[in-house]
Design a protein around this ligand. Structure first.
Ligand code: NI
Length: 258
């Protein structure tokens, strides 16, 4: 009934109890989970992990905050891993101008290279954005190639106008458990964006182990908690959580070919 499109299940403190986490996810109606990488090393790890579990699919890529040990050979490695059958996206990639020090130029170059790998391999991208909306939108538009670039803006954090532009280009967007938090400026903006976004452009995600939904704040997030985020989004869209689960699952299947 649900697809969790973003869960970092390869982190050591989740990996050590993965069987329990996956069985709780299944009990909660999660049928498939996409595990995004953040480095070349974790891309290798995830490509192997998804071979061992039916319900897992992987994304390979280099995260903008993980460029410290970057080497050009990593891009060739990502390109090769992208051809494996259960690798369904290039991600998580993007820009991040929050964690200092950051190198804007390097981040943009690596993002562009990974957009090109995605287009060449006909795979969608999973996009991360923190304090970098203007540069990111400019780059996405530049590399859009009449729809050859497609994908998901995960943990959406830009504004209403950008949400409109993303969905007009055919991208999907998703929110994490933070949409269930007490209304503040960013929650209220997320409500507005969910309301104006076409339901065919919405996906569900947990961003495990971060940002657990109410009532699990302070705990380690996991895919089985997805229904609490789904309930909030269903309420905003004025449909049942079953209907939302069904539609977002179809959206994820279509985008990721799973
Ligand atoms: Ni993530």
């Amino acid at each position: 009934m649900f697809i969790d499109t973003h869960a970092h299940l390869n982190y050591p403190d989740i990996l050590s109890k993965l069987d329990e986490v996956l069985s709780r996810a299944q009990d909660a109606g999660v049928e498939k989970i996409i595990v995004p990488a953040t480095t070349y090393q974790t891309s290798l790890q995830i490509a192997e992990l998804v071979q061992k579990h039916d319900m897992l699919y992987g994304a390979v890529g280099i995260h903008p905050t993980e460029l410290k040990d970057f080497d050009e050979s990593h891009l060739r490695g990502i390109e090769e891993l992208a051809r494996q059958s259960k690798i369904v996206a290039i991600g998580e990639i993007g820009l991040d101008y929050y964690w200092e020090p950051y190198d804007k130029e390097l981040q943009q170059r690596i993002l562009k290279e990974q957009f090109r790998i995605a287009k060449q391999e006909c795979l969608p991208v999973i996009i991360h954005n923190r304090n970098s909306t203007a540069d990111l939108m400019a780059l996405v538009k530049e590399e859009y190639d009449e729809g050859k670039l497609k994908g998901q803006f995960h943990s959406f954090s830009a504004g209403i106008e950008e949400a409109r532009q993303c969905t007009e280009m055919g991208f999907c967007i998703s929110f994490t458990g933070n949409i269930t938090y007490k209304p503040n400026d960013s929650t209220l903006l997320a409500y507005e964006i969910v309301k104006i976004t076409g339901i065919d452009n919405l996906l569900l995600e947990t961003d495990t182990p971060y940002l657990p939904p109410v009532p699990f704040r302070g705990k380690q997030n996991e895919p089985s908690f997805i229904k609490h985020t789904a309930e909030k989004i269903a309420e905003l869209k004025r449909i049942s959580v079953e209907e939302l689960g069904k539609i977002t699952t179809l959206n994820a299947r279509r985008l990721y070919g799973i």
